[in-house]
Design a protein around this ligand. Structure first.
Ligand code: 13P
Length: 246
């Protein structure tokens, strides 16, 4: 049985005052049967951990090296030290705005796994790639180049986030999500073997309370990586509930 996961990526949003949203999630979902991960900006990781002992706290990026002269970067081991259980790696906003390649993402994911963090590795095609019918080859290439050989169903999660569906209100069609997730499941198993056959596959891109239940019915969807709708308790809690009852 695959344990489902609802992960909230706050991106560069939230202030100290936003910790009250995490407090409310903790109060409402402390006994959840699914994994609930909140990924606030790095300075909020430690206070978030203190507010939510029964939820998982995740970071949004880490450096590929263990330590050293890398001004502004944060190591995976420090993330772990301040209470993070997971880290998002290779989000499309970092692939695009920070020119992160799949090769770099694999190095970062390896650093995360070595530090004992769960790596949530993001992949997804752009609108141009979908229109050119390159979606599955792009996903294959990203999986081949981004996933460490040491990735297993226990230590790694893959988030399929079509770039054109992020923050746009455009949600991929159920058939598009199903096709991509089935393809990823097969590709990951081919690449890494039985140890990765049950790796969790999250969908991300304009997930909201209103569409969550429909998305969670789709074959091979084990949860969601939620951006905008994870910022407020009122928006994220119904998505968690939809996954708990899916
Ligand atoms: P939205 O849910 O705001 O579309 O963002 C998705 C995302 O990028 C999560 O990582």
């Amino acid at each position: 049985m695959i344990k489902k996961m609802a992960a909230g990526n706050w991106k560069m949003n939230g202030m100290l005052d936003s910790l009250k949203e995490i407090e409310r999630l903790q109060a409402a979902h402390s006994n959840s049967k699914i994994d609930i991960v909140i990924c606030p900006p790095a300075p909020l990781l430690l206070p978030a951990r203190k507010k939510a002992p029964d939820l998982l706290i995740g970071a949004q990026d880490c450096h590929q090296e263990v330590s050293g002269a890398h001004t502004g970067d944060v190591s995976a081991s420090l993330l772990k030290d301040v209470g993070a259980a997971a880290v998002i790696i290779g989000h499309s906003e970092r692939r695009q705005a920070h020119a992160e390649s799949s090769a770099l993402i694999k190095e970062k994911a390896t650093a995360a796994l070595n530090a004992g963090l769960t790596a949530i590795i993001c992949i997804g095609e752009t609108l141009e790639q979908r229109q050119a019918e390159e979606t599955l080859p792009v996903l294959k290439d990203q999986l081949e180049k981004s996933l460490p050989e040491t990735a297993t169903a226990q230590n790694t999660v893959v988030a399929y986030e079509p770039v054109w569906a992020i923050g746009t209100g455009l949600v991929a069609e159920p058939a598009q999500i199903g096709e991509a997730h089935r393809f990823c499941r097969a590709q990951i198993t081919k690449q890494l073997g039985a140890k990765a056959a049950n790796m969790r596959l999250l969908y991300g891109g304009s997930v909201k309370a209103a569409n969550a239940a429909e998305i969670f019915k789709i074959d091979c969807v084990d949860g969601a990586l939620v951006g905008g709708a994870s910022l407020r308790f009122e928006d994220f809690s119904p998505i968690i509930e939809a996954l708990e009852t899916a």
